[in-house]
Design a binder for this molecule. Structure first.
Ligand code: GDP
Ligand code: MG
Length: 205
């Protein structure tokens, strides 16, 4: 596979979390990926088990350390004291909350495909904490929550969606949630309009 084909066929894993399903935001959220030109190659509803959620977040053995460090840095940047100085202790608490949150109702799992799919979807999703995620992003537009509020109540930040953070993470997560036969290879007509190297014939002239 050429480098170009790899980029065009990049895939990312995405979850519409239980709060977003309850808020009736499935259509709003899905629309954003459709309108930018990404291709939906797999979708299903599910109710996740705590074991499946824990395995999802620990697919990357570094996730615990990185997430803990990110959280500590976030607190310090705002001049606040983090709940602990130990990144792993922080993430253990986050993971406990995540298992409750992510299994609290139905979720929608998706695989989106297109050039730079991982980065494009993260851009549209926005930063982890709704308090600081940019206006115009999913987490910035549809919900209010903060680490401060969530940690005080010993729960996970409710930020509506999950999106893979890297191509490697996406590959692992897609395998974790979907069987190969659940992912469909197909062409969208608009791919020609967006990416065809030769435009003759594509625009109808
Ligand atoms: P994401 O990739 O932007 O979803 O963020 P992470 O992979 O770092 O964290 C996974 C999920 O854990 C987030 O989406 C939040 O729901 C939750 N979470 C992350 N960090 C914290 C935290 O410091 N406190 C709380 N309460 N929840 C957190
Ligand atoms: Mg993540």
């Amino acid at each position: 596979m050429s480098h170009e084909t790899q980029i065009k066929g990049e895939r990312t894993f995405f979850i519409i979390k239980p709060d977003a399903v309850q808020r009736g935001l499935v259509g709003e959220i899905t629309k954003r990926f459709e309108r930018i030109g990404l291709k939906l190659v797999a979708v299903k509803t599910a109710v996740a088990t705590p074991e499946h959620v824990e395995a999802h977040y620990t697919l990357d053995p570094e996730w615990k350390r990185i997430t803990g460090e990110k959280t500590i840095a976030g607190y310090k940047k705002k001049g606040m004291t983090p709940p602990s100085e130990d990144p792993l202790e922080i993430t253990d608490a986050v993971l406990k909350g995540l298992k409750v949150y992510m299994t609290s109702g139905p979720i929608v799992c998706m695989v989106w495909e297109g050039p730079h799919a991982v980065k494009i979807v993260r851009k549209i999703v926005g930063g982890t904490e709704p308090l600081t995620s940019d206006v115009g992003t999913i987490r910035g537009d549809y919900v209010i929550d903060s680490y401060q509020m969530a940690d005080a109540d010993n729960r996970a930040v409710r930020n509506l969606v999950h999106a893979s953070g890297s191509v490697k993470e996406a590959e692992n997560e897609i395998k974790h949630w979907f069987k190969p036969e659940e992912i469909i290879d197909y062409k969208l007509i608009q791919e020609q309009v967006m990416y065809a190297p030769e435009i003759e014939g594509v625009f109808g002239k």
